[in-house]
Design a protein around this ligand. Structure first.
Ligand code: AHM
Length: 331
């Protein structure tokens, strides 16, 4: 259970970041500053999302216009915070066509890929949305440039997401398991609610947009069919918010499988490799689950383009293995 906010011994995200720096990073403080700038950005975006339609920022905008405006503000918040951390050399954002090189005075050693506000199509219906981040290190002493974003040997230093749901939750991994924090709005701090979170080995939920059934390949059709009409046991439950962070957060907590395969409209999948799929795959694998594009782990897919998309299947080990088992039989 979550510790009381009045308990001074509870672990806040800020305390956790300092303790981790001391314990494992033996760092110069760069990663600490960077993670703190990301937590600050998510707090600001959380406030922006919660003000929603009543904020003066949005009163003149409607529908798609409103969505675009909100994304632009969230992007500006993230980029500003990242630059102010003096830890980032290059920023890739879903909202910017090209990678952004940080000016010489503020430049640091990390490459950061972000989707500042994700899952917006249904935001007018008050659905949960999120922000996603991936921190890469190219592993040498030269500060990164835009060309380094697609460097094959970039290592993931950390990844995570903030989910703006009924509460704001931040889930993060620095490669030593997954930790989850909930924003206590009264004190403005994230409080740790789960440490070293492990996902169930098997779930009973599948999550996919079934409206596209007619354009899936036979493998996906057969797999989903097997979940609905099992030879034995109960059928799986279907859950699909249509907001990636919400769907994957539920999969992390309750187990099961999330899928966004290729379809006719998106022959190479819809979700973006660098700032949507890789961070989520990192979290799921750090929590003991699996991710795949159908043939290999999403973490092993080498990016060729900044905004590249990929089919993605991820979730509980046994569920993803069952899917991959069908895949190997169908070749
Ligand atoms: P975007 O790339 O336009 O931001 O869309 C991403 C969103 C994800 O949050 C979600 O998983 C997916 O698109 C839903 O797509 P669909 O409506 O095709 O099922």
């Amino acid at each position: 259970t979550a510790p009381s906010r009045l308990d001074p011994s509870c672990t806040t995200l800020t305390k956790f970041i300092f303790a981790e720096e001391n314990r494992i990073w033996q760092s110069t403080g760069e990663l600490t500053r960077l993670l703190n700038s990301i937590q600050m950005a998510t707090k600001s975006v959380s406030a922006l999302v919660r003000r929603g339609g009543v904020s003066h920022l949005f009163t003149h905008a409607i529908g798609k216009q409103k969505e675009t405006k909100r994304k632009a503000i969230a992007n500006e918040i993230f980029i500003n915070m990242l630059i102010s951390s003096y830890s980032v050399g290059v920023i890739v954002s879903e909202e910017n066509p090209k990678p952004l090189e940080v000016d010489r005075d503020h430049r640091g050693k990390y490459i950061v890929a972000i989707d500042p506000l994700e899952g917006l199509p249904d935001v007018d219906c008050n659905t949960a949305i999120g922000s996603i981040f991936l921190i890469l290190d190219k592993g040498d002493d030269n500060l990164p440039t835009a060309q380094d974003v697609l460097f094959e040997d970039n290592q993931i230093t950390a990844a995570g997401y903030a989910l703006y749901g009924s509460a704001t939750t931040l889930v993060m991994s620095t490669g030593e398991g997954v930790n989850s924090f909930v924003l206590d709005t009264e004190i403005g701090e994230y409080i740790m609610t789960e440490s070293n979170l492990k996902m169930p080995k098997k779930g009973n939920t599948y999550s996919i947009n079934e409206g596209y059934t007619s354009s899936w390949d036979d493998l996906v059709k057969n797999y989903v069919n097997a979940k609905k009409f099992p030879h034995s046991g109960k059928p799986y439950t279907a859950r699909y918010v249509g907001s990636m962070v919400a769907d994957i957060h539920r999969t992390l907590k309750h187990g099961g499988i999330f899928m966004y395969p290729a379809n006719k409209e998106h022959p190479h999948g819809k979700l973006k490799l660098l700032y949507e799929c890789k961070p989520m795959a990192f979290i799921i694998e750090q929590a003991g689950g699996l991710s795949t594009d159908g043939t290999r782990s999403i973490l092993d897919v080498k990016p060729r383009e900044v905004h590249q998309t990929t089919p993605i299947f991820l979730g509980s080990t046994n569920d993803v293995r069952e899917f991959l088992g069908l895949a190997s039989k169908s070749v």
